[in-house]
Design a protein around this ligand. Structure first.
Ligand SMILES: O=C(O)CCC(=O)C(=O)O
Ligand SMILES: [Fe+2]
Length: 352
């Protein structure tokens, strides 16, 4: 399907500019561009990525999302993720909390595990609706492969900047060769005439290492360090939005910033439309213990020594345990009170 045109993003809402990083320059080893990436990753933890070369796969993923969300609810619910903390599969609107009071989220999504996309037609982690299966080979697997390549490239630059031994971060991610929480997510936030600040997805930091996000309408907001007011991130055609998650923040001793963000209805004239977004979440291997890599890098050791104590750099959980806990306690079916929400928190704990 051709990419539709949308009403413009308004120019009268608070908007946070992001650095635009050129993936072609990163790939060719451009020193200046690597430095700009480092600035973006350490100051806000969010940046735009242009020339990523995945536009065709991204469009196909949005088509797959539309075909999947159009299935009868009964069919989608056969593939629901459940309450045990597994993220792969379908999540219905309202299944997760957006805050400590237990207000429900307003989005539905379909998550496909990277392990399933790469092992298809043999299921590795779970099975999916026929609309997903039909596009696995043509769209989902190529999108996953491109996303992994891009994230591997960015990870290698962080490895160098953090003065880690060559391949140290890769060994904890793709190079671990084990199953992981890596997944793609297509999200639909139905237009519902809700208040402009009604959270569709609650304030959070991402659970894994890197997120590769594509959206066409506004609604994503960030809370930059030292700022009180939520600020929109304006979608730019053909530009992905990339951000750092908790796992890389912990491993780097907080040098890489996992910034708080949330999703609200699209602003201005865009508010009458359903909002679609697509993410590839790049995460460590399941058995990787989350901890600051102080023994492998003096730069990280110094950062931990100088830290203000707001982030626990030795949480005592593997990547899988961290991920399962965060997903599980956000589910409203598991809610007992505000303590359940607190149990779902990651590095944003104490920050919002
Ligand atoms: O839809 C978006 O723009 C962001 C989604 C997001 O933050 C997430 O799924 O973690
Ligand atoms: Fe997120």
């Amino acid at each position: 399907m051709p990419v539709p045109t949308f009403p413009p993003f308004p120019d009268n809402v608070p908007t946070h500019p992001l650095l635009v990083i050129d993936y072609n320059l990163l790939k060719s080893g451009d020193v200046k561009e690597k430095e700009r990436l480092w600035t973006a990753a350490t100051e806000l933890g969010f940046w735009y990525l242009k020339n990523h070369g995945a536009d065709e796969e991204v469009n196909g993923m949005f088509d797959m999302g539309a075909e999947t969300m159009a299935l009868p609810m009964e069919e989608k619910m056969k593939f629901e993720q459940g309450d045990g903390g597994i993220s792969f599969g379908y999540k219905a609107k309202g299944a997760s909390a957006v805050d400590a009071e237990g207000n429900p989220d307003t989005v539905e999504w379909m998550n496909v595990s990277k392990d399933d996309a790469l092992s298809y037609p043999k299921p590795a982690r779970r099975t999916y609706p026929h609309t997903v299966n039909a596009r696995m080979k043509s769209t989902i697997t190529p999108f996953v492969q491109k996303s992994v390549d891009i994230n591997d490239t960015i990870l290698a630059i962080f490895n160098e900047k953090l003065e880690l031994p060559e391949g140290a971060l890769d060994k904890l991610h793709t190079g671990s060769g084990e199953f992981s929480g890596c997944e793609t997510r297509v999200i639909r936030n139905p237009a519902a005439g809700l208040a402009a600040d009604r959270m569709a997805i609650g304030a959070h930091t991402d659970f894994g290492s890197l997120s590769f996000l594509h959206n066409r309408l506004g609604g994503l907001q960030v809370l930059p360090p030292g700022v009180e007011e939520w600020q929109y991130v304006k979608p730019l055609p053909g530009h992905a939005i990339c951000n750092i998650g908790d796992a890389l923040s912990v491993m780097s001793g907080g040098i890489l910033r996992s910034n708080i963000h949330r999703v609200v209805p699209p602003p201005g004239e865009q508010s009458t439309l359903d909002r679609w977004s697509l993410v590839f979440f790049f995460r460590p291997g399941n058995s990787v213990l989350l901890r600051a890599l102080t023994d492998q890098s003096p730069v990280i050791a110094d950062a931990v020594n100088a830290a203000d104590g707001s982030i626990d750099f030795n949480p005592g959980e593997t990547a899988e345990e961290w991920f399962v806990r965060r997903v599980k306690y956000q589910r409203l079916n598991n809610r007992k009170g505000p303590e359940t929400w607190m149990a779902s928190r990651g590095t944003e704990k104490g920050r919002v």
